[in-house]
Design a binder for this molecule. Sequence first.
Ligand SMILES: Cc1cc2nc3c(=O)[nH]c(=O)nc-3n(C[C@H](O)[C@H](O)[C@H](O)COP(=O)(O)O)c2cc1C
Length: 731
Amino acid sequence: MTISIWRYSHLALAISSFIFIIIASITGIILAFEPISNQLQPYSIGSSNNITLAQTIIVLQEHYEEIISIEVDNNDFVSASVITNDGKNETFYINPLTGEKIGEIIEKAPIFKFATNLHRSLFLKSAGRFFVGLISFILFLIAITGILLIIKRQQGIHRFFSKIVKENFEQYYHIIVGRLTLIPILIVAFTGVYLSLEKFSLLPSHTAEHQIDYENIKTTPKKQIKDFIIFNQVTLKNLRAVEFPFSDDPEDYFNVKLSNKELIINQFTGQILSTIEYPFVKLASHWSLILHTGQGSILWSIILGIVCCSILFFIYSGFLMTLKRRKKSSILKNVYSKDKSEYIILVGSETGNTFDLAKIFYNSLLDLNKTVFISELNKYSSYKKAKHLIIFAATYGKGEPPSNAKNFITLLKKNIPTKEISYAVVGFGSLAYPDFCKYAIDIDKTLQSNMLFKSILDLHKINNQSFEAFKNWSLQWSKNTGIPIQLKEPPKKNKSKKESSFSVESRSLLNTDDTFLIRLRSENKISFMSGDLLSFYPENDPIERLYSIGKIDGDILLSVKKHEFGVCSTYFSKLNKNDIIKASIKRNPDFNFPVWATEVIMIANGTGIAPFLGMINTNKKIKSHLFWGGRNEESIELYHEIIQNSIKKNGTAYFYPAYSRVQEKIYVQHLLKRNSSFIAKTLDKKGAILICGSVAMQKEVIAIIDQICQKINHKPLSYYQNKGQLKMDCY
Ligand SMILES: Cc1cc2nc3c(=O)[nH]c(=O)nc-3n(C[C@H](O)[C@H](O)[C@H](O)COP(=O)(O)O)c2cc1C
């Protein structure tokens, strides 16, 4: 069963009912205030709910001529209907301890009357009530399909509450809020259905009637109310209502309704004449009403109000996600037909981002007057003139294909080409998942197994839709095919945050590796942590540059490598003290210091050291081991002072350098191998590993750590990654 079946069901259910769900949610928010405003009235019996029924009747009899009935409502307010000493019939709230009147019965406010009618029946009486019941059922199904989607997405029920990979605001909070409000939503939807079923008498009936032997009702020994055993046993906590006998006839009796049963009591002797225990259906009706309306509990009413607000948010974020997805996948308008094209681009994408890059590549080929056809992987068929097949494939679920690609490998095996086709596969994925670009790997293997498909470029994996990485791939493709492709930059993304001013505190000279340190101070008060990112756009350049931040004494420390044609690194390398730059901070909570860890291992190469410099400088409690790879001893000079100061100041940091351009070449992964048992032990006792630096280093390091984990701990690295013990920020 793929994720898409549940997604389509979830979406179809939401589309079919969203207008009514919006009405129910808005009226639900209004109605959540009713029990709250009621509870704020001073009529609740609160802690005096242990008073017995006998006590209350006695005090009432002292004050009034006659008592007709007593009722305890869902708000725990006690009301009595009485004949007063001047012969008037009145109903009001009483103090059950003294019998005194404490207030008039609360009239439902017009706004609550209006909202109740709309919420219950849309002002359409029975038909409306039926419809509202149906909508509750649909809401229930939406919640269930939502749960299944989260389980699928999180790769198992055991990871239901694990960290969510953030793709964008609406997706992230749709899931976060969904997980938090899941249980109350299920309760609201289920009780809504239950109340509707009850209204339409669709639940098993409970028409048990009292069987009273009227012939043998005794009138002696006559007892006072204060001596009725049952009235001394029943407390107001369990009481719902008491109806008093109309007359002195022996056939008239007390009818006592408790929370779980109904009793008929002889008015002279206090004997129980008949008992009916309520069946489950009736108890469930009572609890459905309480849980659906929040009567009697301010806390539950607040939760219900929040649930209604969250449902409105789901509708907003859900539709936003769908619209974005549709917009991205509806771009496939071809100029040439499939059989006239030499270049075939096939895309596998779930949420549509891969289409953006595929479209840029497609347009670049069109600009070169190439005949090019673009489609989805599931639409693979025969292509008469095809010379090049270019596949862009994202990975979903546990290394699975996206929904528009799941038939591709089967189709590929059926539709064997008649002549040779050159191919290149680009995998889109995220290093946050253990099976990085797994589906693209599967496609590549399948193509390799067919002699007619000729690879012109190794499989290329792209993390988090990096445009830089995509550009690199296109350059290699150009080189191998001789087609001078020029990718157009994607439109500049809206800057998510307002830029702030930062003044340059210091900038070091370039070291032998063309690397330098720059220290920036915010002109305004901004909060950030080591591991967050500084976002910077050079002038007249639409591409955002991100630098990993080390926080040192409240300043931002960046380690930058100057590239010959690097616009941004060249600009930074020329900045002087007190120069001002405009940039913004991007929070990166997935890469901040893991304060929960027992011990932390940090692994970096080159400029990837920057966030770790900040972390070892600030952390005073948790032992931290920094493994760093550079070229030679001169490479470390830039960082030497900060590292030594941190070691001296905090006593928690340890530093392990590896130099790759000295006689005995050592890479950071070799250091890790030498410390195998320490690494295995750290992971096993809930330590964390943080990696920052180049993707090439990351690949080697992960392979070594995985081997260590398998060999010593007999578990794959993904086991610890799933528990959030592995954090990476590589580029
Ligand atoms: C539920 C879910 C599961 C994912 N599973 C993987 C995975 O197993 N391996 C991987 O490399 N990327 C995985 N990703 C990341 C996506 O492949 C990545 O975000 C990709 O850029 C999305 O492209 P698209 O927007 O075109 O679908 C997953 C993303 C989501 C939301």
